[in-house]
Design a protein around this ligand. Structure first.
Ligand code: ADP
Ligand code: MG
Length: 693
């Protein structure tokens, strides 16, 4: 059978069951997904220099002739060190290979090779250690740019490159094109085949740029096609005339902020209008979105409807339930909690009261969209942290309330700049909560480098001594996640970032699992837990709960804790390799602390150099506290990708939300064009649907 885009990767020559399993960890289960597994960087091996011209520390390529064979010497613990001498017209050097005894067979005396790596010139000596080696073959050009892929255990760079090349040859022109000729022509984009060939094996920088443009456009287009809301004309929704929330406000121990009052007023007007509400409440962590949601629920319920509220994690659902069942319960409204762990009789009774209409409000996780969940009169659907759900999940919940005619309120803790929100969400109305409740403390923020490690550990101890807790966030789960590349980062040409600033960390990026161990050794008297997206939800919740209840002193994690968990007793947030996070993401993380009365701190650990843009970005974090301002800065600096991208952890849960290229996209115009093309397409779809019915 010929290979197609949808062929299971297991059936590709050279894959098989074991490798298929490993590839699945990278999100590759079909040939198409293999081709959309883009390089994370490129090695620029086209920069060929005479040996004599290379400076100490420079990373470059050299065409050299081997003057000797490789001689392997045994080191301790079974390791080897191979050595040879090689030369070009300008000079000679010594080349060493650490633990690569097979180099003896790859290099023959007198042969010509391209060596790529870092040169060390000291005391008149010239040394290349463990360079990449490729034989120079007559009539065969050496690729100037070589892809570096994200890897996982059992999958090497070589294997991926080989599979991709084979797939591209076998598929030929049989690659589906989501954009179509017209959109490509209008936006000056290359064909999909060309783009995929160039992204994996670019013939030069220009070809890479052209491929990137097409693929970024496509990525944004796909996103916009699924994410935005297009209000359907002529759809009516129940008009909920009674919008008086005075009884609810009287129960609150505080008065609403101006922004909250305004948002509630807009919501009440939407609900009374007879047109389905499609509103997004967006505001910083702590800006008080929950009470706005409570007001919306209160109006819906008072007018005789039920309300459903969906949160992305169990722990958040429980928090909402605890808060809202207290507040709404005091007003005679019944609330239920439905998550995966609600089982047996309790579950049956809950679902029964839901379908017979005696339960007013149901709060839960995506368990709410289960088939057996039936409402009697669902009139309003609320989604917290909406970007954590796929469009499919949100739609599924809406369907329980009649689909298009059901009112919908979504909440987002990512302060999205208005310009961007208009692009992304189309017809969605927006209420920004751009005013913090009074008396909020400011989380004092520091930017430090590795030199402060000891003091930082002391600071963690101090929090504990004062009865408080610490979060530590790392950029990745385990070292394998970044593959074998950490050591190689030095010779990477990474598109999108300035190599000197971001790609040259003095220490490899911290991985949550190993870092938790390191901290455990450094702080033996403290109880340290670790949580990351590769854990099962139940395991994750168990660790989170242990931290929330104070059993753990330190929680080491990836960005899973970005989601609005509330542990008021945590007073210190440490972010490792802070330069690897988007500003808006850092802002979110900082919002995890400063939730209680005690003074709180955020420490951004990074070895980036002073005077670099990466350092400047961190300075913005140190001096700015307004989420909307930070978001605007981020948008100007890094483009829209950061707002669209979800953390490392949802990659697995909602593959469709993953941005591979566009998170580096700096081109607002391209973004604008992609979103416009997508909206045109959606309107076209709606028209054809309309004609059918
Ligand atoms: P978020 O927007 O992050 O979801 P929450 O709704 O969880 O924020 O609110 C954070 C905290 O602020 C809660 O403890 C809530 O009771 C409190 N809060 C909300 N609104 C106000 C207000 N207007 N004045 C004082 N405290 C408020
Ligand atoms: Mg919240």
């Amino acid at each position: 059978m010929p290979l197609t885009f949808d062929t299971n990767i297991q059936y590709m020559r050279g894959v098989g069951e074991t490798r298929a399993k490993a590839l699945a960890k990278l999100g590759i289960t079909t040939v198409g997904q293999l081709l959309y597994h883009f390089p994370r960087a490129y090695e620029f091996r086209g920069n060929i220099k005479p040996l004599a011209d290379a400076e100490n520390g420079e990373v470059a390529a050299f065409i050299l002739t081997a003057a000797t064979d490789v001689k392997n010497a045994a080191l301790k613990r079974g390791m080897t060190l191979g050595k040879l001498r090689a030369f070009d017209e300008s000079g000679s050097c010594e080349i060493t290979f650490f633990n690569q005894p097979y180099m003896k067979d790859s290099i023959v005396k007198g042969g010509e090779y391209r060596f790529y790596g870092k040169v060390v010139k000291e005391g008149g000596k010239c040394l290349l250690s463990s360079p990449v080696v490729e034989p120079v073959i007559e009539g065969k050009a050496l690729a100037p740019l070589v892809a570096v892929y994200p890897l996982t255990a059992g999958i090497t760079q070589k294997l991926l490159a080989k599979l991709v090349a084979a797939a591209l040859v076998e598929l030929g022109d049989a690659i589906p094109d989501v954009l179509g000729e017209e959109i490509c022509r209008e936006n000056d984009l290359c064909a999909i085949g060309t783009a995929l060939r160039s992204i994996h094996a670019p013939s030069d920088f220009k070809a890479l740029e052209i491929a990137k443009k097409r693929l970024i456009f496509e990525e944004l287009y796909r996103f916009a096609l699924g994410a935005g809301e297009v209000k359907k004309k002529d759809v009516t929704a129940p008009a909920l005339a009674d919008g008086d929330i005075t009884p609810l406000v009287e129960k609150l121990p505080y008065s609403l902020t101006g922004a909250q009052v305004y948002a509630v007023r807009e919501i009440a007007a939407d609900l009374a209008s007879g047109v389905p509400m499609r509103r997004l409440v967006s505001g910083d962590v702590g800006s008080g979105k929950t009470v706005v949601a409570a007001a919306a629920a209160y109006i819906a319920i008072k007018n005789g409807y039920q309300c459903a509220m969906m949160a992305p994690t169990e722990i958040l659902a429980v928090q909402h339930y605890t808060e809202l069942s207290g507040l709404l319960g005091s007003l005679g409204i019944s609330c239920g909690l439905l998550t995966g762990s609600v089982k047996g009789k309790v579950r049956r009774e809950l679902l029964g009261s839901l379908s017979d209409g005696s339960l007013n409000m149901l709060i839960g996780t995506h368990a709410l969209i289960g088939d057996e969940v039936e409402f009697s009169r669902l009139g309003l659907v609320i989604c917290d942290e909406q970007h954590r759900f796929g469009v499919g999940q949100r739609d599924a919940l809406l369907m329980k309330g009649g689909g298009d005619s059901c009112h919908q309120l979504t909440m987002s803790a990512t302060p999205i700049p208005r310009t961007l929100a208009m692009f992304i969400y189309g017809d969605l109305d927006m209420s920004p909560l751009n005013e913090m409740p009074p008396g909020r403390q400011r989380v004092e923020t520091f930017v430090v480098n590795e030199g402060y490690r000891e003091r930082l550990n002391g600071f963690i101890r101090k929090q504990k001594a004062e009865g408080h807790q610490t979060y530590v966030v790392c950029p990745s789960v385990e070292e394998a996640e970044i593959g074998e590349v950490t050591q190689e980062d030095i010779r990477l040409f990474d598109f999108g970032y300035d190599i000197n600033e971001v790609m040259l960390p003095k220490t490899p990026p911290k991985a949550a699992l190993t870092w938790a161990q390191t901290l455990d050794e450094a702080l033996p008297e403290l109880k340290i837990g670790c949580v990351h997206g590769k854990m099962k939800p139940a395991e994750k919740d168990a660790v989170m709960t242990a931290f929330a209840s104070g059993e753990l002193d330190v929680l080491v994690s990836t960005t899973v804790i970005e989601v609005g968990v509330n542990v008021p007793n945590a007073t210190l947030m440490i972010v490792e390799n802070a330069e690897r996070f988007g500003l808006s993401q850092l802002h979110q993380l900082r919002g995890r602390v400063g939730r209680g009365k005690a003074k709180s701190y955020c420490v951004l650990v990074s070895d980036v150099k002073g005077g670099s843009t990466a350092k400047e970005r961190l300075e913005v974090m140190r001096t700015t506290y307004d989420g909307f301002k930070i978001a605007e800065f981020d948008l100007g600096e890094r483009g829209p990708g950061d707002f669209l991208r979800s953390g490392e952890d949802d990659v697995r849960q909602h593959g469709d939300l993953r941005f591979r290229l566009a998170n580096l996209c700096e081109d607002m115009e391209l973004f604008d064009a992609a979103v416009r093309a997508a909206r045109a397409k959606r309107e076209e779809n709606l028209l054809t649907e309309g004609k059918k019915s």
